[in-house]
Design a binder for this molecule. Structure first.
Ligand SMILES: [Zn+2]
Ligand SMILES: [Zn+2]
Length: 566
């Protein structure tokens, strides 16, 4: 079962892009393979456009690009069922935590399916015991090898609720940068707030200021890993903001990180005298990735695949994260992988910043949000994807603005891209009965020919993990579309076969290289051009080889995919 759940097999709309394919090692010894992950979402709400601009999108685009180039890539993820945000939301809804997690996991998957971003395997810890087993076994290994220690730490305690308060149940200001934050990691600077505490902290349930009481905690003293982690960072082409963050942390001295809590929700600490304590998901999350990879392997009948992928140096591990997940993905989890001694650390950590709505943070409680499930039903998913890429918060905060989205649709997609495509198809129908002319490759506008030749390399630079940039890719595409339409408009005559052939070849090239960003439009256009679209989409253009086949008949008219927005 290669899809994320049985439901995906039954519902065509759920079918993720391409065919997951990672051949056995024996068949392709020493081949570089890509393992792509996206930060696990909390199943405490549906996804809004801010969520969709982030790790899900980047992971999906990279997977599509790699497969189009014939490289082996798999994208796995899991839902953060054990997050403390789940019972908080359950209390608000009057549901159990399991019911809440199941409800929102289903909605998240439906939204990802609408956006064409579903992972190849999306693991559900509440339904798949593999997750808990992986966490427990790896915890015990780390406990036995001395990576985990015990300390008594001052911990926020609500005297009114009479419980220790953590993460979702604490709200205050970051003690480093002062912005509003919950109790674990600052959403803005990404620095840990536990132990030490937030400024002006309040219990979310009752508003009382917490006291700090001693509590027995399990911790990972990270200072022991400083040199080995530094060796990992120095050799890694991680996104610069993450590298700056980890370098700063190492210079300040790596902290002892608490990994357990006195709480009644979560995976219990699997030690005899730790009843009433659970493991922090910010600790256990890395084993969620391992378990999700194992779930994928089991689904395709390769139970040993997860070990190969996580252990072999040929695997390129790419984490897509929101910047506020930097501590776990770039510091704590690499340290745990090093401590276990048998796994590879991530090759790439690609972070993004916050995506705001009309200049302000998305806020569910204030109703300041555009939900993916609603928006993707009224706007074409590929238009949304292109716009999220154009305005992506990859290096700094950015905004979704409705007027800008309308311009992307009306000016770029409808007014330029598809108007140009329709004009080329109409002219081909009038001049050559919709048959692609056989001409010398030197005929037609040199500018249009050069655009088609250069575009695959230019887009590849934006999609390769070392230099991955959704903004760069979208910008290059939009610029090429404008140039193509401009050349068409400026041409003295469209009747010349070489001119038509050059524009058709550029359109086919655009369809191929746009596929990671706009898979639906790419396939839709390719089919109209008479091209074969495989399970992994259109193959990436090869240098010196035309995409189109002369003599092939194309559709008599170009059928548009996008509609102008009013
Ligand atoms: Zn901060
Ligand atoms: Zn309280």
């Amino acid at each position: 079962m290669p899809w994320c759940c049985a439901h995906c097999l039954r519902t065509p709309a759920y079918r993720p892009a391409g065919s997951p394919r990672l051949p056995r090692k024996g068949r392709q010894q020493m081949t570089q393979r890509f393992l792509i992950t996206c930060a696990p979402p909390n199943p405490n709400g549906d996804l809004h456009l801010g969520h969709l601009s982030g790790p899900f999108f980047g992971a999906d685009v990279l997977r599509r690009y790699l497969r189009a180039r014939g490289r082996q890539a798999v994208y796995v993820a899991y839902t953060d069922d054990h997050s403390i945000y789940v019972p908080r939301r359950a209390n608000e809804l009057g549901l159990t935590a399991r019911e809440t997690a199941a409800r929102y996991t289903r909605r998240i998957e439906q939204t990802l399916a609408l956006a064409d971003m579903l992972p190849d395997h999306y693991s559900h810890p509440h339904r798949d015991s593999r997750h808990d087993r992986f966490v427990r076994n790896h915890f015990l290994e780390l406990w036995k090898n001395g990576t985990i220690a015990e300390q008594e730490l001052p911990t926020p305690y609500c005297p009114s609720c009479q419980v220790f308060r953590y993460e979702a149940y604490l709200r205050g200001r970051c003690r480093f940068c002062g912005v509003p934050s919950d109790g674990t990691y600052c959403e803005d600077c990404g620095l840990p707030q536990d132990p030490g505490g937030l400024h002006d902290a309040r219990c979310v349930a009752c508003g009382t200021a917490p006291e700090y009481r001693p509590s027995r905690r399990l911790v990972v003293p990270l200072s022991a890993f400083a040199d080995r982690l530094t060796a990992v960072f120095v050799a890694s082409p991680w996104r610069q903001r993450v590298l700056d963050y980890v370098t700063g942390l190492v210079e300040q001295g790596l902290p002892d990180v608490p990994i357990s809590r006195e709480a009644d929700y979560g995976l219990p600490v699997p030690l005899a005298d730790w009843s009433g304590h659970v493991l922090d998901t910010w600790f256990s999350g890395i084993f969620g990735y391992l378990a999700a990879t194992a779930g994928y392997g089991a689904a395709i009948g390769e139970p040993g695949l997860w070990r190969e992928l996580w252990q072999e140096p040929e695997t390129v591990i790419v984490h897509f994260i929101g910047f506020d997940c930097s501590f776990s993905h770039a510091v704590l989890w690499p340290a745990l992988l090093l401590a276990l001694g048998e796994y590879q650390t991530p090759t790439h950590v690609i972070s993004n910043e916050f995506y705001n709505l009309e200049g302000e943070k998305f806020s569910t409680s204030r109703g300041h949000a555009i939900w993916g499930s609603e928006f993707l039903r009224e706007a074409a998913p590929d238009a949304v994807r292109l716009h999220l890429a154009r305005t992506n918060p990859e290096y700094e905060k950015s905004d979704f603005r409705s007027a800008e989205f309308d311009r992307t649709v009306n000016d770029v997609l409808v007014g330029t891209l598809e108007s140009w495509a329709a004009a080329v198809f109409d002219e081909l129908a009038a001049q050559a009965d919709s048959v692609i002319p056989a001409v010398e490759s030197t005929q037609g506008s040199p500018t249009v020919r050069a655009l088609a030749e250069d575009l695959p390399d230019r887009l590849a630079r934006e999609f390769e993990p070392d230099t991955f940039s959704l903004r760069g890719a979208a910008g290059t595409l939009v610029e090429a579309v404008g140039a193509a339409a401009g050349e068409w408009g400026a041409a003295p005559s469209h009747a010349e076969p070489g001119e038509l052939a050059a524009h058709l070849e550029l359109l086919a090239t655009l369809a191929a290289v746009a596929a990671p960003l706009m898979p639906g439009w790419s396939a839709h256009t390719a089919r109209q051009l008479g091209l074969r679209v495989g399970l992994d989409g259109l193959a990436w253009p090869r240098p010196g080889l035309p995409v189109l086949v002369p003599g092939q008949r194309v559709a008599p008219r170009f059928q548009r995919l996008f509609q102008a927005r009013q």
